[in-house]
Write a protein of this length. Structure first.
Length: 251
């Protein structure tokens, strides 16, 4: 159910590396904004939350852009990553769903600075059709015009921000209209052709994961055992956490 990311088809880059490239790109942008012109692999890795060895291995898939003893040119490396990610050209995005989530996505200024342009917003509610959303006052169009909006604006990415029960039908229409990259915010697993890439954002799941970690912190802090047993338990948990972090960083 995956397809090559635009700009990456000519290189055999591992999916885990592709997932980290946007992080490197964002951090390099922060360095550039701060006036930093060169950065070592250790500094960049620390800022990105990975090991320097992993960062160097990831960047080796792109080519040799670092200078021994000097580091990386911040702007040049950021450009190379953006080129590999396909961000040197704008990508049209159509958002299906103009509720609170859809409106927040339209208003998000980070899209434009990263090479994405919201070229259309559609919704099934007659009450929302024609209303302006976002800072640029994008007008909501009827869901009936979805295919027309995609064709007219040459949209390449579809964002699903509708209730779960409507998500599959929306996905089917996006695919039929030629969309091959979908970002899904609906809490449902979509069935799509093999050449369609779907990235799922489940906010409830992310909150549940955070709740798990909060609960574990409370459990570890509760005085339910003798001091020695607590110390041993703490040591054991620290070891498990260390292993878990290593596994996560190697994923």
């Amino acid at each position: 159910m995956t397809s090559p990311t635009p700009g990456l088809s000519r290189r055999d880059i591992p999916p885990a590396t592709v997932a980290r490239l946007p992080v490197y790109h964002r951090v390099l942008g922060q360095f550039d904004d701060a006036g930093v012109t060169t950065v070592s692999s250790e500094e960049l890795a620390h800022a990105c939350g990975v090991s320097s060895a992993k960062l160097r291995k990831d960047l080796s898939h792109l080519g040799s852009y670092g200078t021994r003893g000097v580091g990386y040119d911040v702007r040049f490396l950021a450009y190379q990553i953006s080129r590999e990610l396909g961000l040197t050209q704008p990508w049209g995005v159509v958002i299906v769903g103009a509720g609170n989530l859809g409106q927040a996505l339209v208003a998000y200024r980070g899209f434009a600075s990263r090479g994405f342009a919201v070229v259309g917003v559609v919704d099934a509610s007659p009450a929302l059709v024609g209303s302006p959303v976002g800072i640029d006052d994008v007008r909501v169009q009827s869901l009936d015009r979805l295919e027309h909006v995609i064709a007219a604006a040459d949209a390449r990415i579809g964002v699903i921000a509708v209730p779960a029960e409507a998500a599959q039908d929306v996905a089917d229409r996006l695919v039929a209209a030629g969309i091959r990259s979908i970002l899904n915010f609906a809490p449902v697993v979509l069935s799509v052709p093999a050449d369609v890439e779907v990235r799922k954002v489940d906010l409830a799941v992310e909150l549940q994961i955070l709740a798990f970690h909060e609960q574990r912190r409370e459990d570890n802090a509760a005085p339910v055992a003798p001091r020695l047993l607590n110390r041993r338990l703490s040591t054991t948990m620290n070891r498990y956490e260390h292993v878990a972090l290593e596994e996560a960083s190697n994923a």
